[in-house]
Write a protein that binds this ligand. Sequence first.
Ligand SMILES: [Zn+2]
Length: 262
Amino acid sequence: MSGWHIPDDLRERYLEGALEPALAMSVDAHLGRCADCRAAVPYDQDWLDESWARLETELITPRLSLAERLLRHGGVPDHLARLLSATPTMSRSWLAAVVAVLAFAVLAARAQADYLPAFLIVAPVLPLAGIALAYGARVDPAHELVAATPMSGPRLLLTRATAVLAVSAALAGLASPLLPAPPGLAAAWLLPALAAASGCLALSNRLPVPMAALSMGGVWLAIVGAGRLIGSWLAVFGPAPQIGYGVAAVLLTYRFYRVSAR
Ligand SMILES: [Zn+2]
């Protein structure tokens, strides 16, 4: 840089806005790196402060969604609350769909006890569908951004999958007491749901998340179908299979951790 500085007459014309664009831009550029010339430009401190404050209100302090405020209120760290509330699956339409499916299953079971298995079969599939929808370029408007952050990959998937599972499990848990069945049977979907979700996570180390979710949904329906073949729909919800789901959930989650920690 030479010792050139903006001459007075040039500055005057710049401040009047009388310079042609190319010249104005080079004055801008010089002002950006020369404190002496900046000091010579008069400015109104109040106007500047007010402008900054307005910018801060508009850009730096975004309005929080209801979900995000609830999460923060519940002690969830700010960055996690933002991430979770930006999960597409947490949208109102997804929640409405889950509630509708559960309500339909409950009503069917109350109308006719034969339909009880429908609820138990469908409840473990809901978190899978949620996980599939919560992840991927096609559904997540923030995918590009998120993919570039340290939270991308397995950690993000686990965070979102856990959130999806927690929300669907809470909704199914609320609906369970409405089923015309003893509490033990009405809650029999929980361990299969956990096992299916952790199976989806473990598979996601090899397959795209939606494929992993679809595969686990298929495995679950195959298990249910096999139960139907050997006896009744309810056979797969007995005590021995439940132990199996519990063990599978623990092992598959452990495997997901091991593989993604590599
Ligand atoms: Zn200068």
